[in-house]
Design a protein around this ligand. Sequence first.
Ligand code: KIV
Length: 284
Amino acid sequence: MDKKKLTIPDFKEFKKAGRKIKMVTAYDYSQAVLVDKSEIELILVGDSLGMVMLGYDCTVPVTMDDMIHHIKPVVRGAPHTFIVGDMPFGSYNTCVADAVRNGNRILKEGGADCVKLEGGVAVAPVVKAMVEAGIPVMAHIGLTPQTATALGGFKVQGKDAAMARKIIDDAVALEEAGAFAIVIECVPAQIGKIITEKLGIPTIGIGAGPWCDGQVLVFHDMLGMYDRMMPKFVKRYANVGDSIVQALNKFAEEVNTGTFPDMEHSFTIKKEELEKVLSEIGPA
Ligand code: KIV
């Protein structure tokens, strides 16, 4: 496959041309290699790694060092895929200077192509400062997992007119602040459509309906590798988790019965060398 890595101007071109953007998360080298071989244009090294890779209950404990640690191998594994590095909670909500410093780390140390951060109107000044500092920013509105507790949990956002209006205002403020694309999570499909039609930058939905300019899913969710939480918007495209457990059990069974390893998976020594060893060590 002839896969060419996207650049920031390509995003508006995709939107103008009505070409859908496909993004999935990945968190290590081997996952990145697989995504790079596919037709997916973007990898998000999401702070969801806190849940699916590190076993936390939520994304809040994830640190900048965790993010850099995971972004680096993804960058090495996916040279043809645009890499989005997530800004973890606490890395941009303190002050603009911290946001710019940590955004620089994601690009310089991690090697990502842009950063993503959560929030609406309130983070627009942060987004503006980062963009002015040369850091491309993907925004994230609707259900923002880092502040899910304040939003009443992992729930659909924007179900009443006032909340829907607020999310639309968030989207507009973030585009004005210079975000080049925007993730919309867990809002009614009609609100995803209104935002998509209103903005000149592409929207990438996760539980935001079919009319967004692109879609994103978490690697472990779509491949059946994480079952502590299964939001309605997740579609399972494979059951890799079950296949892994089956393979592990087959290995255990074959070791128990002596079927593995057979001579096909073993090494041999020449007969004369073996005889020398046996004559040197004597009878057992
Ligand atoms: O961290 C993440 O995986 C995300 C997606 C849910 C969009 O932010």
